[in-house]
Design a protein around this ligand. Structure first.
Ligand SMILES: [Zn+2]
Length: 183
């Protein structure tokens, strides 16, 4: 028997639906379709990146614009006070403003620190913003992530110095080939 009440079931369905359409899923599906494979929410890596692509030494974070303060600019005022300007996609609420400013600043700082840690461990980080995943922008964003990943892979593999094949002593003593040239 289904023990969930009608209301509970409704809540569940809404949760499932929003989970499926959330920005992270768009990135996952888009990259999968393009042939990229990844792990999810790597617990042992700083910041628990949403997607981890080992082959590309890359962590991808899919960030909500509000919580991660996309585009907000901050400038120090006197003492420890900060001026934080809202941006197009991160509007800091007017009520409880101090609280929100502190919270968003903390989140941004944490993001920065975690990405720094990842970089010292040899990982590249890509941040994808929620606002870059609207139906209009999504394909272009996914294409550009794919491009970046391929670029990273190529750089990793071209940077390796390929040693010249060693010649055996015997080969060294052999005369160079000289083609006969008929004028
Ligand atoms: Zn944004």
């Amino acid at each position: 028997m289904d023990k969930l009440s009608k209301q509970q079931r409704h809540a569940n369905m809404t949760a499932i639906r929003s989970k499926d359409t959330k920005p992270e899923m768009i990135v996952r599906r888009g990259l999968w379709k393009r042939g990229f494979r990844y792990r999810l929410n790597h617990k042992r890596l700083p910041g628990h990146p949403d997607l981890v692509l080992r082959k590309y030494r890359t962590c991808i974070f899919v960030n909500g614009c509000f919580w991660h303060g996309h585009g907000v600019t901050e400038s120090p005022v006197q003492g420890s006070e900060f001026m934080v300007q809202s941006s197009e996609c991160c509007k800091i609420p007017k009520t409880n403003r101090k609280f929100w400013v502190a919270k968003i600043r903390r989140n941004k700082e944490r993001d920065k620190e975690e990405q720094k840690k990842l970089a010292t461990m040899g990982w590249h980080c890509i941040t994808v913003w929620e606002c870059e995943l609207t139906p209009k922008k999504r394909e272009e964003t996914l294409e550009s992530i794919a491009f970046t990943l391929n670029h990273i892979w190529l750089q990793d593999h071209q940077a390796k110095v390929v040693p010249f094949p060693k010649l055996e002593e015997e080969d060294m003593q052999m005369p160079m080939a000289a083609e006969e040239i008929n004028n």
